[in-house]
Design a protein around this ligand. Sequence first.
Ligand SMILES: C[S@@+](CC[C@H](N)C(=O)[O-])C[C@H]1O[C@@H](n2cnc3c(N)ncnc32)[C@H](O)[C@@H]1O
Length: 437
Amino acid sequence: VIDIGSGKGYLSSFLSMQYNLKVYGIDSSNTNTDGAHERNRKLKKHWRAYQSRGRANLKSQRLEKANDRPVESEIKCKAINEKPLNNGSGLQSRDQVTIQDSVPASGFTEMATSETSKHTEVDLVAQTQSHESKLSEEVLNILNVLPADAVEAFSSSQCNCGELCEEEKAQRKMASLKAKASKSSESNLYFPLTSCITAETELSDIITDLEDCMMVGLHTCGDLAANTLRIFTAKPEIKAVCSVGCCYHLLSEQFENQEDCPEEAWGFPMCQYLKDKGWCCGRNARMSACLALERVAVGQMLPTESLFYRAVLQVIIEEIYGVTKSDRHVGKTFSKSSSFIDYVRKSLKKLELDDSKLPDSCIMDYYEKYKHRMNELEAFNMLKVVLAPCIEVLILLDRLCYLKEQDNIAWSGLVKLFDPVKSPRCYAVIALKKQPC
Ligand SMILES: C[S@@+](CC[C@H](N)C(=O)[O-])C[C@H]1O[C@@H](n2cnc3c(N)ncnc32)[C@H](O)[C@@H]1O
């Protein structure tokens, strides 16, 4: 597994230790790589204790689930009958499906996270009761979201979800025993590496023993998510990809500044379909795409005050300094400021504007002048939050469409992996390569 933008290695070390996989974590920051090494060292020390605790938890969960089985069996039947998940038509090629066919509509994603997760639990009970499978609930959750035949490509299973044939059970048991036996000091291999990944990156320059693998990326910011997909499509060794992006405001946009560099690997748009239309989101829309509608829907507040501070600051820098555009950023000044005055002064320093002739009273006059309009700002922000999913989905569909346009992809889709309240960037772009003939 190659974990792109691995940060401190939370995902890499988990994949490596939990599933005994060889994982390369690549991050552009040396500090992160050092942190990952240190964390990895500590984790290894305590891993066995974590594992036995985890096994005990799983056992008690299994017992609870076994009591719920009749209800879940009904759900399982329903899930099996649902089309997009198990259509039984073999791996869908680009020519066989339209985007709408395989991109989950809201119904599909809902099912993927609710019904099929229950469905998965039933499968898990069936499997883990008969043998110690290395596949955990999380893995099965994902496998069940993929079309049945896509899962087959990985597991060689000839059985329909849930109902494992005897031969399959025996094979899995054998594989599990072998895996256990091979757990030695060699296991849990995780290699944190430092490199800045671009669309042109030659992975074999970084990983000298590059072999058949899959790429993952969790919260790969800006263009990194787009470039992960580009590397995936270009490299025959990479058989699958699972990419969850974030920080859409950092995306480079081909049509934002009317720049004429069509060959450049822009973050947006990726697909020919939107390129032909010269599609542009703009920074404001991409900023909105980072908002978290589901969190607001459960009562978590929007950061209206910090936005209000920023809006009034904008008026100050335009009216007093005559500045309408700047390459510099205010950044996270709000959280580090003790008052509005403090915020304005810190921000002006960051923007390299002289605040020495600006009295506190003048700053406070601006604050008072606009204070009563804070509710307008809140309403505007609410509107942005409501529209945010449209923009996020546009960006994600562009990535998916790019994959659909490639000839070497067997299956691709958007899969809701996380609870958006816990983790707002919850959609993964997943794709599987065609097997070479
Ligand atoms: C939001 S963090 C996610 C970290 C990690 N995947 C996680 O979930 O904890 C994004 C990471 O991508 C790294 N990154 C950003 N651009 C990169 C690039 N071009 N090549 C490699 N790493 C990059 C950053 O250093 C950062 O650690």
